[in-house]
Design a binder for this molecule. Structure first.
Ligand code: NAD
Ligand code: MG
Length: 387
């Protein structure tokens, strides 16, 4: 019998993490959880550990360590660790075959680098890692011969569309976007929308940060940057199409004009499972696409004036260097502030834009530059918010 693939999930208590566990449960003959990690949700983490019996659990926030050891006291075989350094260490564990990066934000960068250097395959959900340091990550993946398998639904769709096309360059990527809950709002309405409005996403059920990023369309801007690095294209070759039905998950156009797309009902378990099983396809329970029912498939130009974050993301990637890192850091600050009612919807892009102008630019950043840039941009954005 073949050995089961050992998977480490960074961020197992989140939206992607819990759906990944469903996939693993459905294919428990193929996959096994080696390690589970979370930031704060210690009870849920312990509960998952009791169900999946990993070799180790890590709680990033050290304040929860005692609680976690208490909750795990009846499972002495499961090692319990805490702290962000422990995340860097756990991904290197010998038996791990694949690391799913399903945590939020800049915090994903360091463990992803450690996992690549330990030659673990990466199932990448944490897009912020590629936004911040796409060039470095791709370089390392190349150097260590590590595959990076996209989990983001659009990038999985593109990845699925280029299978068997190794010799054929991509002419253009057609990156679809739901448009989020404020697609039809006027500029005036956008002045007063609230976090509760933003958290009602029309087609996808996701974590709070990415839901806000979807409402501002910064998420799509991040995905442009993510696609550039994953598929080696220029940002100018990526076209964003607002497609409110979220059925065409994205498409690729080739040199002969052929367009290949992947379609399906919105269900993140498919791209998660495909990242695990590539190049195989495995059975997946759930709803099937009914094209008769989905009669109207619309594709619209995004409004970059209303959704200025998308324009700022294009600006950042065209500028290059550490500018996308600045973009990400400022966005993390305003995203959190919006969730805590300390920032209005339209103020978010103002602060990001201003931070991009003020923060020290570096054309040729290395890892240390990213750490410094992230800290500086966060400081500037926070100051701007305080006015
Ligand atoms: P979520 O908020 O639901 O879950 C985040 C997980 O990461 C939790 O387990 C949390 O404990 C952990 N975490 C948060 N901050 C951490 C830190 N500083 N250190 C360690 N662990 C930390 O988020 P999500 O919606 O599952 O998104 C996870 C990632 O996947 C994000 O980068 C997001 O952009 C990306 N993504 C999500 C979806 C989706 O459908 N939810 C789709 C595409 C991409
Ligand atoms: Mg996406």
């Amino acid at each position: 019998m073949n050995k089961k693939r050992q998977i480490c999930i960074l961020g197992s208590t989140g939206s992607i993490g819990t759906q990944a566990l469903e996939v693993i449960e459905e294919h428990s003959d193929l996959y096994e959880v080696y390690a589970l990690t979370a930031n704060n949700r210690v009870e849920q983490l312990a509960e998952q550990a009791h169900r999946f019996r990993p070799a180790a659990v890590v709680i990033a926030n050290e304040q929860h360590y005692d609680k976690l050891t208490q909750l795990m006291s009846d499972l002495p075989d499961v090692k319990v660790y805490a702290g962000s350094k422990a995340l860097d260490d756990i991904v290197e564990a010998g038996p791990i075959d694949m690391v799913l990066t399903a945590m939020v934000g800049f915090a994903g960068l360091s463990p992803t680098i450690h996992a690549i250097k330990a030659r673990k395959a990466i199932a990448l959900a944490n897009k912020e890692t590629l936004v911040v340091a796409g060039e470095l990550i791709c370089q390392l993946a190349n150097e260590y011969h590590v595959p990076i398998l996209p989990v983001d639904s659009e990038h999985s769709a593109i990845f699925q569309s280029i299978v068997g096309e190794d010799q054929n360059p991509i002419e253009k990527i057609l990156l679809t976007a739901s448009g989020g809950p404020f697609r039809n709002c006027t500029m005036e309405q956008l002045q007063t929308v609230t976090k509760a409005d933003a958290l009602r996403h029309p087609t996808w059920d996701m974590g709070a940060k990415i839901t806000i990023d979807s409402a501002t369309m910064m998420n799509k801007g991040f995905e442009v940057i993510e696609a550039k690095w994953l598929f080696g294209v220029d940002a100018k070759q990526i076209q964003v199409l607002v497609h409110p039905q979220s059925i065409v998950h994205s498409a690729v156009q080739f040199q002969d004009g052929a367009v290949k797309a992947q379609l399906g009902v919105p269900d993140m378990r498919l791209p998660i499972q495909y990242a695990f099983s590539f190049p195989r396809r495995l059975p997946l329970s759930g709803e099937r696409l009914d094209l008769f029912a989905a009669r109207n498939l619309e594709f619209l130009e995004p409004d970059m004036k209303k959704f200025r974050c998308l324009a700022l993301a294009f600006e950042a990637i065209l500028k290059g260097g550490n500018m996308p890192c600045i973009l990400n850091a400022a966005n993390e600050i305003v995203n959190r502030a919006f969730l805590e009612d300390r920032c209005s919807f339209l103020q978010m892009s103002d602060v990001i834009s201003e931070t991009m102008q003020r923060c020290t630019f570096s054309n040729n950043p290395d890892y240390d530059t990213y750490i410094q840039t992230d800290a500086e941009a966060r400081r500037i954005a926070a100051e701007l918010l305080q006015g």
